[in-house]
Design a protein around this ligand. Structure first.
Ligand code: NDP
Ligand code: 2IT
Length: 444
């Protein structure tokens, strides 16, 4: 059996009931076959793939907090410190009822390669909790965040592990967590990113993932003979990534006609009104029905359906496995030319293969959504320097990073005879830097 297959079997055996983690590992290892085969004996002797697929450390802890009725609630929390080969662990915190160890491990594993692609010195990690911020009062969210940080603060630090936002964790949650970290440790340091602008946050971090997604998409289209201007774009999700993806797409002259949340989706043929969307989601924390109620051109539908709309470019920005084979077939039948992942692993493996085989330009999340974590690393730099850059400075660096990522993954794919396969290119380019650092640092 090949070394790659042996390691995949071991991952499945040793991590039962973690299908998302298996899926993320499968995709990366499949891409790496061409690299591993050139040096199989060496990699096997070094147990490099066993080490890269096994987190350095996994923390599991309980989070007790008191709700508004005086009832004690308890949640399951996780922080997976996956790889510190190229820098301190870095990655977001997901707060969603679906969170479990396997989901955090898939996200942490992806983060290793994504962070490597940014070109910045950050390792891979991820955390989260099955707490649901939806429908909770501000006081309940604060009680949860303080209890969560009371445990987590022992394991993180500006040079150790630097968490940030993800699904369910935005500026409000980061603020409460930062306050508690500071109170417990007495230290004012860049231990979290995505902070508010008044206490060490970076300009453009809020926009970074969505904007970065569009910068990479624009470059990918340009290098393949297309222009983002004038394109019809379907976006899923209506959170941080989706909102700023829609905003930048419209700034670049495209028309975004959909957004969605976990209960329904909106088709707005006149183009999404981003200011209204921000008001509904960021200010009112309401459902998309309120967007549709305030916008005569918008149609609201219950359930799932964004990928049935005719579009040139599809940007899945909600959650994992939200775009399946059936969806991919509808996109291709409707003439879609590009899919770029704003979310982490939103496209199932068979859907990805179908899109690629159908000639659709496909940018995987670990490249396309890397602008968020890249700007987090820029926030870390500003915190260390005790300086703040302007919006324009950060945005220009972000754009540079995303354009570079596109060319790196394109070149890596070509170098290994896989031209146009950006999934392989991203996995290979991300892996090579981490593998090189691991080899240089010996058996650790
Ligand atoms: P938010 O919490 O801001 O928004 C998430 C959006 O996706 C909401 O509209 C939410 O709907 C929807 N959603 C979440 N879970 C589900 C689900 N199970 N089924 C259907 N819809 C769902 O999160 P972000 O925008 O920050 O994150 C979106 C994706 O982007 C995630 O995959 C995240 O890992 C990834 N990402 C985020 C980065 C960041 O900087 N924030 C960076 C890189 C990647 P509802 O409100 O109804 O739950
Ligand atoms: O998936 C991701 O890259 C994030 N949620 C952002 C992580 C970060 O550290 O900014």
């Amino acid at each position: 059996m090949s070394y790659v297959d042996e390691v995949y079997e071991r991952v499945v055996r040793e991590n039962p009931s973690q299908p998302e983690f298996h899926q993320a590992v499968r995709e990366v290892l499949d891409s790496l076959r061409v690299v591993i085969e050139r040096n199989e004996e060496k990699y096997r002797r070094e147990a490099l793939l066993e080490r890269i697929t096994m987190p350095e450390r996994q923390l599991l802890f309980r989070v007790p907090w008191v709700d508004d009725k005086g009832q004690v609630q308890v949640n399951n929390a996780f922080r997976v410190q996956f790889s510190s080969a190229i820098g301190p662990y870095k990655g977001g915190l997901r707060l969603h009822p679906s969170v479990n160890l396997g989901i955090i491990k898939f996200l942490g594993f992806e983060q290793i390669f994504k962070n490597s692609l940014t070109g910045l010195p950050i390792g891979g990690g991820k955390g989260g909790c099955d707490f649901d911020p939806k429908g909770k009062s501000d006081r309940e969210v604060m009680a949860f965040c303080q209890s969560f940080m009371t445990e987590l603060h022992k394991y993180i630090g500006a040079d150790v592990d630097v968490p940030a936002g993800d699904i369910g964790t935005g500026a409000r949650e980061i603020g409460y967590m930062y306050g508690q970290f500071k109170r417990l440790t007495g230290r004012y340091e860049g231990v979290l990113t995505g902070k508010g602008l008044s206490y060490g946050g970076s300009l453009a971090r809020t926009e970074a993932t969505g904007y970065g997604l569009l910068y990479l998409t624009e470059e990918m289209l340009k290098c393949n003979g297309h222009d983002i201007a004038g394109k019809v774009v379907a976006v899923s999700g209506a959170g941080n990534v989706a909102i700023y993806a829609a905003e930048k797409a419209q700034q670049l002259g495209a028309k975004v006609v959909t957004v969605s949340d976990s209960t329904g989706w909106v088709y707005d043929p006149d183009g999404i009104d981003v200011a209204l969307l921000k008001d509904v989601k960021e200010v009112r924390r309401a459902r998309l029905t309120e967007y549709a109620a305030a916008r005569p051109s918008a149609q609201y539908h219950e359930g799932k359906g964004v990928w049935s709309v005719k579009c040139d470019v599809a940007l899945p920005c909600a959650t994992q496995n939200e775009l399946n084979l059936e969806d991919a077939k509808m996109l291709v039948a409707n003439g879609c030319i590009a899919v770029a992942e704003g979310a982490n692993m939103p496209t199932t493996m068979d859907a990805t293969e179908y899109l690629q085989a159908s000639g659709v330009l496909f940018a995987p999340g670990k490249a396309a959504n890397a602008g968020g974590v890249a700007t987090s690393a820029l926030e870390m730099s500003q915190n260390s320097m005790r300086l703040s850059w302007t919006f324009e400075e950060v945005d220009a660096k972000l754009k540079d990073i995303m354009v570079n990522i596109y060319h790196n993954i394109d070149n890596a794919a070509k170098e290994y005879g896989l031209a146009g396969n950006f999934v392989a290119g991203a996995n290979i380019a991300g892996f090579l830097k981490v593998a090189n650092a691991m080899e240089a640092q010996g058996v650790v």
